[in-house]
Design a protein around this ligand. Structure first.
Ligand code: ZN
Length: 149
């Protein structure tokens, strides 16, 4: 189990050092800002939709390794997905980091399964889900910054 944990840590650190889709989308048709005051994580998520499909997704901001890696992997997983698929995946991811996911869901979550260890640290759940909450706000067209508190 400890080997697996090391591997998970490596994946998170790697995404933290070289976050994917870390840029602004100048022509974004949706964007939102999210803030986690408990940890100081703050991200903006940008979206370009094509009908219901996420044609492009990116993020910028600062935060701890978990929040940054989660945002990075989220953008990787969601490009080309529909709104509905994105919300479903968020539901599964939320179950995972709060320790409610059946093992079968971990498989479906693919790379996001590296965050399963977060369920042991309730304070970190907000770090791991910040980008996803921000994404949801962007999809809903919210103008004000959202906060996890
Ligand atoms: Zn954090």
């Amino acid at each position: 189990m400890s080997d697996l944990r090391d591997l998970y840590q490596d994946v998170i650190l790697e995404h933290c050092k070289a976050p994917r889709n870390y840029r602004e989308i100048p022509a974004a048709d949706h964007k939102a800002e999210g803030f986690n005051p408990l940890c100081g994580d703050r991200f903006t998520v940008y979206l370009a939709l094509d009908g219901d499909v996420i044609r492009d997704i990116s993020f910028q901001g600062t935060g701890c390794a978990i929040s940054k890696a989660s945002a990075s992997m989220m953008t990787q997983m969601l490009k080309g997905k529909t709104r509905e698929e994105a919300e479903k995946l968020f539901g599964r991811f939320h179950d995972l980091v709060t320790g409610h996911a059946p093992a079968s869901e971990e498989v479906e979550l693919g790379k996001l399964a590296v965050f399963s260890g977060v369920s042991e640290f309730p304070v970190r759940v907000k770090c791991a889900t910040l980008a996803w909450h921000t994404l949801q706000a962007a999809l809903e067209g919210k103008q004000e910054a959202i906060s996890t508190e």
